[in-house]
Design a protein around this ligand. Structure first.
Ligand code: NAI
Length: 423
């Protein structure tokens, strides 16, 4: 059984991890405000919260917040490359938290750490990608009876849960945190846009200006990536399979074409589809020398690295986090972060900006509170987060920013609710 991270790495990294957490905490006013409430009310007393998330500084503040609210928290990573070991050690030292996450684990170690979390017998689960929920249903169904509910952070996880629910295979209630305005309109758009671009720039030390950036998928994440890259003077090509989203990209002024055509045009390719096989062998055949290939979708299945490996005559690490694949005609195609989430998985990746994750994790925290307070009211399956919870988080944030907004007057409310008015 996997031991907590401090038993494996010691405490040498503790100070640096603690520093990172302190910095994040200072910029997370929503979590800070909830912390004051939870310290007082202890809503999670007696609960065991199992978490599988990207273990870096912002996530650590969420785990700490849940522990401050009285929970026993057990956490591991949700991606083999996204853990910051120093933060993992610091988080493990927080009272009430046991952390098993380690960077660079292989598949076996990854799932063993998840089992270590499950061994705490969670009553609530908090997932990013659905691996924890899936492991519990597959391997430990006997725990389901005592699980009150859970929360899912990302689009891919929500898709997986909806598929499980469609097959009647999801046996406890899960909140689709991803789908709330406070998460998706900020985290997926601004977070993924900013963090993916900064991570690619820091990892390669290359400029965006004048580059042709191919963005695969024009959903929430793709829109953010396209907008931010355009803002840094790149030319944008979008590939899509949904005609409305393709039209949206066209009306934003971006070029839209199939990947088969975009392959020979791009300098940088960023996949954001949550789907598989987006960039495959036929595309590698057409690419220019020196292209960068990066994935911002949840799993590492968007770029077919097996096909690229089979096509390459040589492969080597060109820089930290950049693997060059040299083809027989001398072209080099550069893959970042082994095709895993580029904003989290290169050696210099920091993940989303702190403020953005404060919002996402604020929603997570109030959803966990809702599960504890009203979990019995939710059937097994995927649930939208109640709108008043999302608004609560938005109000805390506006308050922290010192931004005031208007209130609807009674007359306005009545007007909005009525249908009898006309010209
Ligand atoms: P979304 O559903 O809004 O967008 C996905 C888009 O990809 C859709 O418009 C869809 O039509 C398109 N698509 C699907 N198959 C395609 C194909 N073969 N070629 C071109 N386009 C295709 O989803 P969202 O919220 O943008 O999330 C996308 C992925 O990013 C998910 O895996 C999600 O979990 C992940 N994600 C990653 C984050 C990060 O930190 N990097 C943060 C949030 C989400």
């Amino acid at each position: 059984m996997t031991a907590p991270i401090s038993d494996r790495l010691g405490t040498d990294l503790l100070e640096e991890g603690t520093r990172k957490m302190d910095w994040a905490r200072q910029h997370m006013p929503i979590c800070e405000s909830l912390r004051e409430e939870f310290e007082r009310t202890q809503p999670f007393a007696g609960e065991v919260i199992g978490m599988a998330m990207h273990v870096e500084a912002k996530t650590a503040i969420l785990a700490e917040l849940l522990a401050v609210g009285g929970a026993e928290v057990a956490i591991t990573g949700c991606n083999p490359l996204s853990t910051h070991d120093d933060v993992s050690v610091a988080l493990d030292a927080v009272e009430g938290v046991t952390c098993y996450a380690k960077r660079g684990v292989d598949d076996d170690e990854y799932y063993e750490a998840m089992e270590a979390v499950i061994a705490h017998e969670p009553t609530i689960t908090v997932d990013d990608g659905g691996d924890l929920v899936f492991a519990i249903h597959e391997e430990y169904p006997e725990l389901i009876d005592t699980i009150v509910g859970g929360c899912e952070e990302t689009t891919t996880g929500v898709h997986r849960l909806r598929s499980m629910a469609d097959d009647d295979a999801l046996e406890y209630p899960m909140f689709a945190v991803n789908d709330t305005p406070m998460k998706r309109l900020f985290d997926n758009v601004h977070g993924t846009g900013e963090a993916s671009l900064s991570s690619i720039a820091m990892t390669t030390n290359l400029s965006w200006a004048g580059k042709t950036v191919v963005v695969a998928g024009f959903g929430y994440c793709g829109k953010g990536v396209a907008r931010k890259a355009s803002g840094q003077n790149a030319n944008i090509i979008v590939t899509e399979v949904d005609p409305r989203r393709a039209l949206e990209a066209h009306m934003e002024g971006y070029e839209v074409m199939p990947m088969a055509e975009a392959a020979s045009e791009g300098d940088v390719f960023i996949t954001t589809t949550g789907n598989r096989d987006i960039i495959v062998d036929e595309h590698f055949e057409q690419m220019q020398d020196g292209v960068l290939l990066a994935n911002a979708g949840h799993f590492d299945v968007e770029i077919d690295l097996d096909a690229l490996d089979a096509r390459a005559v040589d492969t080597y690490e060109a820089r930290d986090g950049v693997q060059a694949y040299e083809l027989s005609d001398g072209r080099r195609l550069n893959v970042l972060a082994e095709g895993r989430l580029v904003n989290l998985a290169t050696p210099v990746s920091l993940g989303h900006p702190v403020e953005v994750m404060d919002q996402s994790f604020g929603v997570q925290a109030v959803c966990v509170r809702e599960i504890v307070e009203n979990g019995d009211e939710y059937e097994s399956g995927v649930h939208d987060v109640p709108d008043d919870l999302d608004r609560e988080v938005a109000e805390i944030k506006l308050d922290a920013e010192g931004i005031g907004i208007d209130d609807l007057s009674d007359a306005q409310q009545e007007y909005m609710d009525s249908w009898q008015h006309g010209t």
